[in-house]
Design a binder for this molecule. Structure first.
Ligand code: SF4
Length: 365
């Protein structure tokens, strides 16, 4: 895939996809247009997947001309698409200012999950993560988050759709909270995409002050990148733990208003050989998570170039999962998806098959 015409992104213009319904209606009213015109445009963009304003035929011709001259609809170009043996597809996407990011489409039996990025790079420098090695280049805009959905939908066949969205790609979503919340509004807006909040999951490494403001948006799922059962190990793997240690993070999740949401918290736990894969770790999980409705997802480490961490042997992963299960917690041992195309958790570092992009950066993997 070569030669995207980035001028089509119209970076100098405001972007339709930067606005949820209410905000776009306000923008249209400010421009002297009836608010229902914003609803019409959103229906074209999100329901019919039409991004060419000239093709929005229920708008008067002069209005189409005016909107096309003053608004952009796209924010990203697809510059590379890689398909894994297991059907997982990784989209490498380019912004108008030539930053690269990735989104991953994961097909499962009855659903298609899209994993979206929220930042180019990430400032949190988790020691096992390829994205963290890039550092933070910048936050993504709402339009750049939502356009990951549009670009992914464009590669699906007519009878496929995106059923779930997880904010687990490049970046820490809670460090770009306003854009994440506005994107969730757009994904869940009944007149456009209408995705049920329970089909949307936001993952955090534990930016404690932003957890409650995030959850004010509604009954979405929260996932915590836990990865360790002691502060000593977690300080090493997730340096943010030094600011918000386990007791603070888990204490926040135990607070009444969060417990009363009646939605389980997903705890992501990457199993790393000799680091956090002992049976003592497995036994520590249940008392650690007491008082929180929890689901534990175990993910064997995806090793990448430059990484000192390795996945434990399959028997060790199985024994760990069995011990967690025996302690009464709900637990899943995940298969790695998209590992052969570096699309698995912790592997995203935005490089194309042709080696374009952050080629001086460490390869994700
Ligand atoms: S694991 Fe998540 S929070 Fe940590 S460096 Fe990677 S992208 Fe950032």
């Amino acid at each position: 895939m070569t030669g995207p015409d980035l001028s089509a992104l119209k970076p100098a213009l405001p972007n339709i996809k930067n606005h949820g319904r209410e905000a776009l209606r306000e923008e249209f009213k400010r421009a002297g247009l009836p608010a229902y015109r914003a609803d019409q445009v959103m229906a074209w963009v999100y329901v019919r997947g039409v991004e060419d304003i000239d093709a929005m035929t229920d708008l008067p011709l002069d209005l189409r001309k005016r909107l096309a001259a003053t608004w952009a609809v796209r924010a990203l170009d697809l510059v590379d698409l890689q398909t894994s043996e297991d059907g997982t597809r990784k989209l490498v996407l380019e912004t108008a200012d030539h930053e690269l990011l990735e989104a991953v489409l994961i097909p499962e039996e009855r659903r298609n999950t899209l994993c979206v990025s929220t930042q180019v790079g990430c400032p949190l420098a988790c020691s096992f993560c390829a994205t963290g090695k890039l550092g933070l280049r910048r936050n993504l805009t709402v339009a750049e988050i939502v356009d990951q959905w549009a670009r992914a939908r464009a590669i699906l066949s007519e009878d496929e759709s995106i059923t779930n969205v997880v904010f687990m790609g490049m970046g820490e979503p809670l460090l770009n909270l306003a854009a994440v919340k506005e994107s969730i509004q757009i994904f869940s807006e009944p007149r456009t995409l209408g995705m049920a909040p329970r089909r949307i999951t936001v993952s955090t490494s534990g930016v404690v002050p932003q957890i409650r403001p995030l959850l004010e948006i509604g009954p979405i799922n929260l996932a915590i990148s836990l990865h360790a059962t002691t502060d000593e190990v977690r300080d090493e793997l997730v340096p943010l733990n030094k600011r918000f240690p386990l007791e603070v993070l888990l204490g926040t999740l135990r607070q009444e208003e969060l417990v009363s949401r009646k939605r389980p918290v997903f705890f992501e736990y990457t199993l790393m050989e000799g680091i956090n894969d002992s049976l003592e770790d497995a036994r520590r999980l249940s008392p650690l998570l007491e008082g929180i409705a929890s689901k534990v997802n175990l993910i064997p480490m995806n090793s990448h170039d430059g990484s000192v961490y390795r996945a434990p042997k399959a028997a060790v992963c199985d024994a760990f999962a069995a011990e967690v299960h025996a302690s009464g917690l709900r637990v899943t041992l995940r298969r790695n998806r998209g590992r052969d195309i570096d699309a698995a958790c912790g592997q995203l570092a935005a490089r194309t098959t042709s080696g374009q992009g952050h080629s001086s950066q460490p390869r994700s993997g």
